[in-house]
Structure formats: C-alpha cells, structure tokens
Design a protein around this ligand. Structure first.
Ligand SMILES: Cc1cc2nc3c(=O)[nH]c(=O)nc-3n(C[C@H](O)[C@H](O)[C@H](O)COP(=O)(O)O)c2cc1C
Length: 180
C-alpha cells in the first residue's frame, strides 16, 4: 500500500508552549535528498520530534517547521548549502504533540566524486540558553518584517542589525553559541 508522505500540512495545529530539551551530549542527525526530503534520521531526532522513524523517512523536513521561525532563516540556509557552503543557525522545531525544541544546527551539502550535491546532512546540538534568549526577539522582528514587507524587508532588518553590531550572520550565531 502507498504510504502518504508527511509534510508541513500534516504538522500539528494545536501549538503549545511545552518545551523539550536535548541533553548536553545529544546530537540530532538527519540527512535529506536535494529537495529536503528526509532520507536518514537518528533515534534522538524521532524521539524528540515525537514521530516514528518510518514516518520521518521520505517526509519533507518542513514537517517540523515551527511558525515562530522566520522564512529568512531557511532562505539563508538553502542559499548557503546549495552553494556548497555551511549553514549554522538556531532553529525552533515543532514536535508532533504541538510542543517545541530549540537546536543549534549545522547543515552542509554532501558531494560525490565530481563535486555534485547528492544530499544534505544536518547535525544539531543543545543551544545555550543565553543564545536562545538573544535570538527570540530577533526572530520576532524578522517575522514582523516578513508580515509587513516580505522577505526583502526581513533581509533589510537583519542586515541593519548585523551592520550595527559590526558582524556577519555566521560570526553572530557562532559567537552566540560560544556564549560571547
Ligand atoms: C539537511 C536539512 C535539515 C533541515 N532541518 C530542518 C529542521 O530541523 N527544521 C526546519 O524547520 N527546517 C529544516 N530544514 C529546512 C526545510 O527543508 C525547509 O526549508 C524549512 O522547514 C522551511 O520550509 P517551508 O519553506 O516549506 O516553510 C532542513 C533542510 C535540510 C536540507
């Protein structure tokens, strides 16, 4: 029998404020095809997200997309990884029961011998609380900008913030996770 492939449309509508936390030694690992469909995930991922591993395989990764995440974060992610560059960032993810968990994420392209992208891999760990406290209001600003002026406005707000702090996106997020 054909199994329905899960995606964002199948994610829970009853979003709650119940937070799940990764343990300090946990790593969430997933691998996707070039369209973002999950082709591998470890048990730590299925456990925290609240899905069976068999339901996650073939599902689009946006199944765990949380509405508190600005679209710009994923635009930055895809622009970098499609260009074979690494992405670092803080991501709030949605669990099957409507709760959420924060991660510090690293995503990169997997290349074949001819340097073609064949898949993407992501490894995530527990973020520093101080980093999340800093990122929450910034994501809120970006989401408000997206509502009023779309992605262009969101990018403008982020650029203005980075310029004011004399930093780049990557330097900013990596330093946050170092506690700086
Ligand atoms: C390897 C890899 C891992 C990803 N992990 C996540 C994730 O944990 N949470 C998430 O919301 N999006 C993740 N994404 C991005 C999703 O593919 C997608 O761009 C995002 O959820 C926004 O989806 P939407 O544009 O359909 O709303 C990942 C993408 C890749 C390539």
């Amino acid at each position: 029998m054909l199994r329905k492939k899960l995606s964002k449309e199948d994610s829970p509508k009853n979003i709650t404020n119940i937070e799940k936390q990764l343990d300090a030694n946990d790593f969430i690992v997933s691998k996707t095809d070039i369209k973002g469909n999950i082709i591998y995930c470890n048990e730590i991922f299925s456990n925290i997200a609240g899905y069976k591993t068999s339901d996650l395989i073939d599902a689009n990764h946006n199944l765990v997309r949380h509405p508190d995440m600005p679209c710009l974060a994923f635009k930055i992610l895809w622009d970098l990884i499609k260009n074979k560059k690494e992405f670092f960032g803080f991501v709030k993810n949605l669990c099957a029961d409507g709760g959420f968990y924060w991660v510090f994420t690293y995503v990169t392209a997997d290349l074949d011998a001819d340097k073609n992208i064949v898949s993407y891999t992501s490894v995530r760990r527990k973020p520093l609380k101080s980093a999340i406290d800093t990122i929450i209001p910034i994501y809120k600003l970006l989401i408000d900008a997206e509502k009023s002026g779309g992605m262009g406005e969101s990018q403008r707000v982020l650029n203005e913030f980075l310029q004011k702090n004399q930093t780049s996106y990557e330097e900013f997020v990596v330093n946050l996770q170092k506690g700086e």
